[in-house]
Unconditional design. Structure first.
Length: 327
């Protein structure tokens, strides 16, 4: 496998957490996965880079590293209103023109906006800064309620853990759902969150009671995808009314129970298509989509491709039987 080069562009002072979102997903070697990415860190002026907390980091590579990047990550930018050197903006624009994917985490979106890469596009950033991003860069369509937005060549994420969500989403795009799921399991993370999911802290809310958490229900439903899962059945398992359950889904996940369930079934189908040679009809039955026709329709609506084409792209190569030796 040719390694995809990911270069993180850091600034003074750099948030260690936001850099780690990219480093952990793209830069950590895992013995049970192919070495799919080469990860590097660069800065405008190589040398010690102060951090927002703790000790400084030493960065050897300069902006010329962006000339070799397949993906460029801007993991936050502090201070938000700080100047962005012309050399940095020029290097980002040049990388984008060359075909590199440009990604921001949290306040890194301000750098992409200053480079003109968000003009005419939906974008997001940390909920504390979405109003400011929209006011300063009216050419961008700022969405304050989502975890991340991906246009293929440019992607932006909200703050904190949403940076990990975006990085895992990009792995799913590059190498499939199973590959990304293995990374998530290794990081002890729950199943991936869709980009359209709400940023939880957009508004102050009262502390949620433990018995209102959807986590037990989501785990149960994920284990029973092959069975009919109506709103009434889900609500009965949760011990609440259908109306209450629908409200909790909207409040906690930003989607309806039906939308969440369809996404989960499509995700489960992706993994089966990648890791097994089951016929499409059998895959559809295992994930509760009833028929190959329904699976194909849902797959195309969600991913813009067919189950067969997806399997050809991300499926494991067939295992060959050992050759027989003539007696």
């Amino acid at each position: 496998m040719d390694r995809h080069r990911v270069v993180a562009l850091v600034n003074r002072p750099q948030s260690p957490f936001e850099l780690s979102c990219a480093a952990e997903v793209f830069g950590t070697l895992r013995p049970d996965l192919p070495d799919a990415y080469a990860f590097e860190v660069c800065t405008e002026r190589p040398g010690p880079v102060p951090a927002t907390v703790g000790c400084p980091m030493f960065v050897e590579a300069g902006l010329d590293a962006l000339e070799r990047a397949d993906t460029v990550v801007v993991p936050g930018w502090q201070p938000v209103d700080g100047a962005v050197p012309t050399a940095v903006l020029d290097a980002l624009r040049a990388a984008h023109r060359r075909g590199a994917r440009i990604v921001s985490i949290c306040t890194g979106a301000f750098v992409l906006a200053r480079a003109g890469l968000l003009d005419g596009r939906r974008a997001t950033t940390h909920w504390r800064h979405t109003d400011r991003l929209a006011a300063e860069y009216p050419e961008a369509e700022v969405d304050p309620d989502v975890l991340y937005v991906d246009h293929g060549d440019v992607a932006t994420s909200a703050g904190g853990g949403a940076g990990i969500d975006l990085c895992l989403h990009l792995v799913r795009r590059d190498h499939g759902a199973a590959h990304a799921a293995r990374i998530a399991r290794d990081m002890v993370l729950p199943p991936h969150r869709e980009g359209s999911q709400l940023q939880y802290a957009v508004l102050p809310v009262p502390a949620r009671a433990a018995d209102e958490s959807l986590a037990p229900l989501l785990d149960w439903a994920s284990a029973h995808l092959h069975t009919p899962l109506t709103l009434d059945r889900l609500a009965a398992h949760a011990g609440v009314s259908g109306r209450t359950l629908a409200r909790r889904f909207t409040d906690q996940l930003g989607v309806s129970p039906g939308q969440w369930l369809l996404r989960r079934r499509v995700d489960a189908a992706r993994v089966l298509l990648e890791e097994t040679d089951l016929p499409v009809e059998a895959v559809a039955a295992r994930v509760g989509l009833a028929s190959a026709v329904n699976l194909r329709r849902r797959f195309r609506a969600a991913l813009g491709t067919t189950p067969g084409a997806y399997r050809r792209t991300f499926g494991e190569p067939p295992r060959r039987s050992p050759a027989r030796t003539a007696p």
